[in-house]
Design a protein around this ligand. Structure first.
Ligand SMILES: *Cc1c(COP(=O)(O)O)cnc(C)c1O
Length: 220
């Protein structure tokens, strides 16, 4: 199957409220263009040095919305804000404050998801639930950052039922946050190629699919 055919097939199976983010890390600009031609506008990337040349090659497609999904280092925050409209991987208060300050200087309003670690996992970044609840008053004060929802990546090795429980917990956390703070979270960025159907069952509004659309990643 071609990329276009894979996209069409997946898309037909998605409820209309679910936004498909095509994860194009380690995927060529030509493949991104193929996805664009069948209507994909949201692309997810995790490395600045990789996205910058691709954006240059694709600058004739101005309505692409770029989503940053990789680990966000504080010293790259400004550049990330210059190249992405959505940041899914904001994972601590200090970073969020820095982004808000930079966004004020740059006079932009980036869309943000807070990355949460719903199950403890030494290999993953993200807020621990208890820390996130403590940080809510500070997070609710931002002027420029538009905090839209939560993002999670599950640890490897879970069963289907454990995955569903973890995605449901993320959804419950988001509702809990809405009740106890001035944030109003509407997005749940969760689900990758091997677990997106479970994520949708648990209320995902944004799914981040790479392999299932573009095939196994190669180094380019
Ligand atoms: C790579 C990546 C994806 C896509 O993973 P696939 O398994 O290829 O669908 C989604 N989210 C994040 C944060 C990623 O790093």
């Amino acid at each position: 199957m071609t990329i276009a055919q894979r996209i069409e097939k997946i898309r037909q199976s998605l409820p209309s409220h679910v936004r498909l983010i095509a994860v194009s890390k380690q995927v060529s600009a030509a493949a991104i263009r193929e996805a664009y031609q069948v209507g994909v506008r949201d692309f997810g990337e995790s490395r600045l040095q990789e996205v910058i040349p691709k954006q240059e090659q694709l600058k004739d497609l101005p309505d692409i919305c770029w989503h940053f999904i990789g680990h966000l280092q504080a010293n790259k925050a400004k550049k990330v804000l210059e190249h992405f409209q959505w940041l899914h991987s904001v994972d601590n208060l200090t970073l969020a404050q820095r982004l808000d300050r930079l966004a004020t200087e740059m006079n932009i309003s980036p869309q943000v998801c807070l990355q949460v670690k719903i199950l403890s996992d030494p290999n993953k970044y993200g807020w621990e639930t208890s820390q996130l609840l403590q940080d809510l008053p500070a997070l609710a004060q931002f002027q420029q950052l538009k905090i839209q929802g939560l993002m999670t990546i599950l640890p490897l090795g879970l069963s289907e039922s454990e995955k569903l429980v973890a995605f449901n917990k993320t959804n419950e956390l988001s509702q809990n946050i809405n009740q106890r703070s001035h944030l109003s979270l509407t997005e749940l960025s969760m689900g990758m190629s091997n677990d997106y159907l479970l994520a949708i069952r648990a209320g995902a509004t944004m799914i981040r699919l790479g392999t299932i659309l573009f095939g196994e990643r190669q180094s380019i």
